[in-house]
Design a protein around this ligand. Structure first.
Ligand code: HSE
Length: 418
């Protein structure tokens, strides 16, 4: 596609993002990008655009030779994959915002990009307005990426902010996130961490060349965070955030997961409120950098789609440099993790699984401890997410120092709690 050629778009989906893109394109005539047809599921729904624009027949878009770009912003993952693969095979460039679909089909999508040599861009699928994918692809090409820590889900960050700062209850905060168009149609995807884990899945590919199925990542959402956890956080001068993180260990492997975490007030991520997202990158040469911007909502998401459309003008493609041009990194669960766990009864907690427990409060109805576990304990067992147990990572959670492994376990008898 040459730089002067117009972009003729076939748009799939006219929800929060699709309609946002329609409006944004009307305000950016310089891009010379026009939506020729919009494919929707429900023709009965009233839309803020001329009727003639809409169809329910996907082939009208996929088989139209004039349409050179397909923008796919629908909800359902399998139909989205079908649309994207057909479009690429039909020689069209594709821009997508379907994070679940990308996470679930990444190996096939990588294959299709190689086969068809078309562009498949999805900047809007993670952190909406923050250009995180292109940054990871381009800027850190040769730099050593020590770690990335991020808030990648706007709805859960919005809910935590409203609950702990504005004192709304969970249901009120969720309802507001839904009304503002931040939440997924099925909000459990946000609340229980699936959406963040999906985004983290393909961000790991761009950051470290890691390609794993979505269920390979240990993750949780904010559903078990208890009011008492917020009180402990306040006492300790922490915020609670849902943090996606990846850290390169000394053995060259990568520790990665998405879990709630206590965040110190002076941490960059503590600054991230409401539907904003934030990404803190630590690298060998650039040192620490912080990216911040709206992570959900109609225009912020459409802005990233717009930026992808504009990148198509110079045939921009992801090169997946860490995967194809460098030795890809490997994911590992072989490290230790410092956690805070709150619970109703000791019987739900396998105390013997802890390397050591360094703090505990057991007098009140809601009890808690702070201790260190091997990460495999979280990967292989589910006690930490059952029986109203709440697990929140300590601020500097990953312990990899080999000396630590040699430390004699501080016995629980010594601690006097077994
Ligand atoms: N439900 C998502 C979120 C939308 O809250 O982050 C943006 O991907």
């Amino acid at each position: 596609m040459d730089a002067h050629k117009s972009l003729t778009i076939g748009l799939f989906g006219f929800g929060v993002v699709g309609e946002g893109l329609y409006k944004v394109l009307q305000q950016t005539p310089s891009l010379k990008a026009t939506i020729k047809k919009v494919c929707i599921k429900n023709p009965e729904k009233k839309r803020n655009a001329p009727d003639a624009l809409f169809t329910t027949n996907k082939d009208e878009l996929l088989n139209d030779p004039e349409i050179n770009v397909i923008v796919e912003v629908i909800n359902e993952s399998e139909p989205a994959f079908e649309i994207v693969s057909t479009a690429l095979k039909n020689g069209k460039d594709v821009v997508s915002a379907s994070k679940k679909m990308i996470a679930e089909h990444l190996p096939e999508l990588l294959g299709l990009q190689k086969l068809t040599e078309r562009s498949f861009l999805y900047e809007s699928a993670a952190c909406a307005s923050i250009p995180v994918i292109r940054n990871l692809e381009e800027y850190y090409d040769n730099d050593l990426l020590h770690s990335i820590k991020a808030i990648v889900n706007g709805s859960t960050n919005f809910i935590l902010t409203k609950m702990f700062e504005d004192k709304l209850d969970f249901q009120q905060a969720l309802l507001l996130a839904q009304q503002l168009g931040f939440a997924e149609s099925d909000p459990t995807l946000d609340v229980e961490g699936f959406d963040a884990a999906n985004k983290w899945n393909f961000l790991l590919t761009h950051a470290y060349g890691i390609v794993v199925p979505p269920d390979a990542l240990v993750f949780n959402g904010i559903q078990s965070i208890h009011q008492s956890d917020a009180l402990v956080a306040t006492e300790k001068h922490y915020d609670i955030k849902l943090v996606a993180q990846a850290k390169k260990l000394e053995n060259g492997k990568v520790a990665a997961f998405v879990l709630p975490q206590f965040v110190k007030h002076d941490d960059h991520l503590a600054f991230v409120k409401n539907e904003y997202n934030g990404v803190v990158i630590e690298s060998g040469f650039a040192d620490k950098q912080f990216f911040y911007g709206k992570g959900a909502g109609s225009f912020p998401t459409a802005s990233a789609v717009l930026s992808d459309l504009s990148a198509l003008r110079y045939q921009y493609k992801y090169e997946y440099k860490k995967l194809y041009h460098h030795k890809p990194n490997e994911l590992t669960n072989d490290f230790y993790i410092r956690v805070y766990v709150s619970f109703d009864d000791w019987k739900y907690i396998p105390k013997e699984k802890f390397e050591w427990i360094e703090e505990w409060h057991a007098e009140t109805d809601r009890k808690y401890l702070v201790g260190v576990l091997h990460f495999n304990e979280l990967a292989q067992n589910s006690w930490w997410r059952e029986n109203k147990t709440s697990l929140i990572l300590s601020p500097e959670a990953v312990i990899e120092d080999v000396e630590v492994r040699k430390l004699k376990k501080k016995s629980l008898e010594l601690a006097g709690i077994v």
